[in-house]
Design a protein around this ligand. Sequence first.
Ligand code: TXA
Ligand code: MG
Length: 330
Amino acid sequence: MRTEILPIDENSLRRAKRIIDDGGAVAFPTETVYGLGANAFDNKAVENVFAIKGRPNDNPLIVHVHKDYDISELVTEVPEYAKALAKAYLPGPLTMVFKSCGKVCPAVSCGLDTLAIRVPSHEGAQKFLKFLNLPIAAPSANVSKHVSPVTAEHVYSDLDGRIEIILDGGKCSGGIESTVLDCTGDEPQILRSGLITREMIEKVAGSCGEYVLKEGEKARSPGMKYKHYSPSCQTMLFSFQERSKAVEEYDNSRNNGVNAYILCDDKTAKSINADKVLNLGKTGEQIASNLYEKLREGERCAELIIAIAPEEQAGVMKGVMNRLIKACGN
Ligand code: TXA
Ligand code: MG
């Protein structure tokens, strides 16, 4: 099978619908990263998505719906704070976990009694979801554990030959995956940080917890326990305070003939002396938006990526740091 990259129009949407109706999977853009979608009512189709990615079968998928989809047919309880959050931030990069009413097929949530729901704001995603008018189960459209894709070409380089089509919606603006928020308790709890920050959630919901996986504990969000987002080359990670050690490592590597690159934000890039730099940009939003693209660029041009964490760690940077540690940490 040859994989085709198609612009999003009437023809490609019809083709996508045929593939989904036949139990296949289609890659589509969102404002965070590209997703690999299948009909959430079709157990075989969803199992096939796990197989295409090589994803462990205990890591549940997010169901994507268009903005007018009535989610009350999929979940039982939607607390008041979740309704307020939906009003404030959806469509957008916020995934909410509710008690499932069991209508979606069991493979989606890997046997959990909850369901993660997301309403993406990307225009192409909305067109795709509206055209199908189905809940679409979709993980990120990368091979499991690899860096998430933020362009159609990234999807192609991971999944060429494994899927029929990729709907091309340009570069994803957000750049890191949605915030995953557990909405089954009295207060919301962040399971995965992202562009909708804890501060933004607290502002609307009054309070917000953050789930931290403790040693030996069973993960509430199974994705937490897996290595993720990793480039294929070697990586190292230093804190902002350790940046001179990072540069020492860079110099030593280069002197020993290792093609090393530094990955850092603009502020750090200006404060160090290195020629080969993958510059992530200035603001938290820019850094999030560029992170996966630069990690993929790095694995193409470098043997070793030496990442230096930005000094700022709050807000959006929390999500960035979570990805950076999983991608480049030990
Ligand atoms: O931005 C995004 O969320 C992207 C785009 C494509 O929408 N999707 C994405 O999917 O990142 P994936 O499969 O790579 O990550 C889904 C995360 C995993 O960490 C998984 O454990 C968690 O969501 N998750 C899914 N269903 C869950 C549930 N019922 N309870 C707790 N966590 C859940
Ligand atoms: Mg993923």
